[in-house]
Write a protein that binds this ligand. Sequence first.
Ligand SMILES: *[C@@H]1O[C@H](CO)[C@@H](O)[C@H](O)[C@H]1NC(C)=O
Ligand SMILES: *[C@@H]1O[C@H](CO)[C@@H](O)[C@H](O)[C@H]1NC(C)=O
Ligand SMILES: *[C@@H]1O[C@H](CO)[C@@H](O)[C@H](O)[C@H]1NC(C)=O
Length: 298
Amino acid sequence: MRSSVLLGAVLPFAQAIRIVQSNDDGWAEINARTFFNSLSAAGHDIILSAPAENQSGKGSSDADPTTVDSDGCEFSSCPGGSPATGSNATDPRLNYVNSFPVTSMKNGIDVTAPALWSGETPELAVTGPNVGSNVGIQAPFSGTIGAAVHAAHTAKIPALAFSGVSGDPTAWDQATPIHSKVYADLALNLTSTIIDSGAPYLPDDVFLNVNFAEVTDTTCNDASQFKFILTRINTGILSDKDVEWCGSTRLPWEVDVVFLRGQCYASVSVGDANDKTTADATSQEAVLEKLKPLLTCL
Ligand SMILES: *[C@@H]1O[C@H](CO)[C@@H](O)[C@H](O)[C@H]1NC(C)=O
Ligand SMILES: *[C@@H]1O[C@H](CO)[C@@H](O)[C@H](O)[C@H]1NC(C)=O
Ligand SMILES: *[C@@H]1O[C@H](CO)[C@@H](O)[C@H](O)[C@H]1NC(C)=O
């Protein structure tokens, strides 16, 4: 296996930790694989445990995995009739679960992680980057958010859900599209900032819903062009005050930041893992303290 000690000496990370990753586009989608490779290259112990098939829009559904049908896993990434769970033939860190996003996250935390890590469990959970946004009213239906919320709420593992506006579903063995590269760079930046801020990585029962604006060949095509903005999941017209930030006690709405502004923005909403709504000002404040080096005002 890799030597974390040697990697740690040359990479800019304070510490390497154990991370479990899932998504809802399926274990063989290239956004997830690109981010997996970045986290691995940064020295972290990373396990991917994601659906065998596209399970977009399945929210918090959960059911025992079943034998893969005769069509095989998505993008022919496993043969028809494969077992209900399985891993890449040469890399046991890459795992499919033939069920919902929540089920794959659960299997990653409860079964695969302790098996590969001598009984140890993940210190952090990440999902995505999803192909397509998960903002506002999309949140309750999102498998990307569903899997993150399972980690944060049920398994008590801090969780970061990532989604990007651009791109079509792409197989893991194709050339890496520009959006996958940019979204993985941005997701690694935020993940590293959270890790470097020290444990506890997030307040109890909180997840972060992170969305990246459109990337094209000529616009927002490098992570350095992006600005991270602290946002809300819903507009908050009738809600209690948000944390005071950028001269206001009402944070911007993530939909506005990611879609309506037409700029290279990444929205970061502090989510309540009980109900997938915006977390209260106290939780926002704790996250703000951790992410201040990254955040900009609109
Ligand atoms: C998954 O299905 C959704 C809707 O059913 C579709 O929009 C999306 O592109 C699909 N993703 C993959 C990875 O096939
Ligand atoms: C399995 O891993 C090998 C080595 O990393 C890679 O070449 C292959 O494409 C992977 N296949 C799948 C389905 O992940
Ligand atoms: C992370 O993002 C911030 C804000 O955009 C940027 O200043 C910083 O250089 C990025 N760090 C890395 C390692 O990419």
